[in-house]
Design a protein around this ligand. Structure first.
Ligand code: CO
Length: 280
């Protein structure tokens, strides 16, 4: 077994998304972290009553959006007539495929009372052959997301995609994806298998975690070298982070706002389809 080591760390910037929603976003994305196109940590942000905002109707084509809530409550609606709430611990894995138009807004009751919103939205690219697949939703409530604790109790994981400590995710992914939410108590360690050939990375959003002896801090994305497994240790206190892994797609990326295709012609077609009302 070959150990993965730290290749590089990428800092995050705080940007305002969707009309003023603060997100932390690693500064260099795209081809560096294939197949992930975007990693947004939404908040944590506190909203006064009647002030929370979200993203009104907008289209997507050619990839997947994965929303994982930690705090707060969002509501989504889409052009296919789907509607649902996202509460803490819930995951929505939306495969936009050939096209979807949706809104992601604060849930009504949450909008009235205000409160804290915290969560993640990650964009997962689709290979060329799957970009125009039929859209699909996997809305998984928190109670159905498998979680696991290590034998010594020091490591907890929520298994959104992939597998850890013998527990497999329930979400079906188009390409092989690992998406784990890990909490480690001070002094604990965790050895994670990540199949050789896949790109592996961690995003830390609480404390510091040591990746094969190298410190990765709150707000940093750490890209790993290739290998079969990675050793993670909470040497300096408790730590909380995501582990993400997936294949290098190795295909050209043509991107325009909410459309991610392979060529400019395909982007042009997506814009035309949206304007003609035939995207979704
Ligand atoms: Co969206």
């Amino acid at each position: 077994m070959k150990r993965r080591t730290l290749k590089t760390t990428v800092p995050t910037h705080t940007v305002l998304e969707g009309g003023g929603f603060p997100v932390r976003r690693p500064a260099a994305m795209g081809s560096l972290m294939s197949p992930f196109l975007l990693l947004d940590e939404m908040g944590p942000v506190h909203w006064d009553p009647y002030s929370a905002i979200g993203a009104p109707d907008h289209p997507h084509r050619g990839f997947e959006t994965v929303t994982y809530m930690l705090q707060g409550a969002m509501q989504h609606r889409d052009s296919a007539g789907n509607k649902g709430d996202l509460n803490p611990g819930d995951v929505q894995w939306m495969t936009a495929g050939r096209g979807i138009i949706h809104s992601e807004l604060p849930q009504d009751e949450f909008y009235k009372t205000g409160g804290t919103t915290h969560g993640f939205q990650i964009w997962v690219n689709l290979p060329a052959k799957d970009k125009m697949m039929a859209p699909r939703y996997q809305d998984i409530p928190a109670k159905d997301i498998p979680s696991v604790r290590s034998e010594d109790g020091g490591v907890w994981a929520n298994v959104i995609a992939g597998e850890t400590m013998g527990v497999k995710a329930v979400i079906d992914t188009v390409i092989p994806i690992t998406y784990l939410h890990i909490k480690m108590d001070h002094g604990s360690s965790h050895l994670q298998t990540i199949k050789s050939g896949l790109n592996g990375m961690i995003y830390v959003f609480g404390g510091t975690v040591h990746l094969e002896g190298r410190a990765v801090q709150d707000g940093q994305l750490a890209l790993m070298t290739d290998g079969d497994e990675v050793l993670l240790e909470a040497r300096d206190g408790d730590a909380e982070f995501l582990i993400l892994a997936g294949p290098e797609l190795g295909e050209p990326i043509a991107r325009y706002g909410p459309f991610v295709m392979n060529t400019r012609e395909e982007i042009h077609q997506a814009v035309m389809d949206y304007q003609n009302g035939t995207l979704a």
